[in-house]
Design a protein around this ligand. Structure first.
Ligand code: SF4
Ligand code: SF4
Length: 154
């Protein structure tokens, strides 16, 4: 060490510089979040997979199962739309709405074309699965699952 004083000074200087960076970072504002324990607020313009919109009067999806969205989808991602007419109601209510999210490009045509404003984009960004089938969603089932969760969290 005594034989190489220049190297000692160089090493000590490099240590000081390194510590300066660490100390500066320590006192800087935090810009990361502790995902998954914490999540960030998603921009309202974010496009997750499509989801069904609730009719506030009935509490059910607004969708009337007309099938316009499925016929207009350029990727044929809306695989099945089924509905039934309930007694005393003029329009059908959707009972099944299968989305193949593996082919959906989130183009928004279905959202724009729906005559009842029954579809919107979800803010669901952290989807993961082991197979393609994990990304085939029945949006009706999902609608009620989310609704249940909303009620439980109140
Ligand atoms: S989401 Fe809209 S366009 Fe698609 S089937 Fe339902 S009502 Fe028709
Ligand atoms: S967002 Fe576009 S690609 Fe996806 S289901 Fe709707 S129309 Fe099809």
């Amino acid at each position: 060490m005594i034989e190489k004083p220049k190297e000692v000074i160089k090493g000590a200087w490099s240590l000081i510089l390194g510590m300066a960076v660490t100390i500066k970072a320590f006192f800087s504002p935090v810009v990361t979040c502790q995902y998954p324990r914490e999540t960030l607020r998603i921009s309202p313009r974010f496009r997750g997979h499509i989801k069904l919109v609730e009719d506030e009067e009935t509490g059910r999806p607004k969708c009337i199962a007309c099938g316009v969205c499925a016929r207009s989808c350029p990727s044929e991602s809306i695989k099945e739309v089924e509905g039934e007419k309930r007694e005393g109601e003029k329009r059908k209510s959707v009972t099944k709405f299968i989305l193949d999210f593996t082919t959906c490009s989130q183009c928004g045509i279905c959202v724009e074309i729906c005559p009842t404003g029954a579809i919107t984009f979800s803010a669901d960004y952290n989807l993961a699965g082991f197979s393609r089938e994990d990304f085939y969603f029945d949006l009706v089932e999902e609608f009620y699952r989310w609704k249940e969760k909303r009620v439980e969290s109140r």
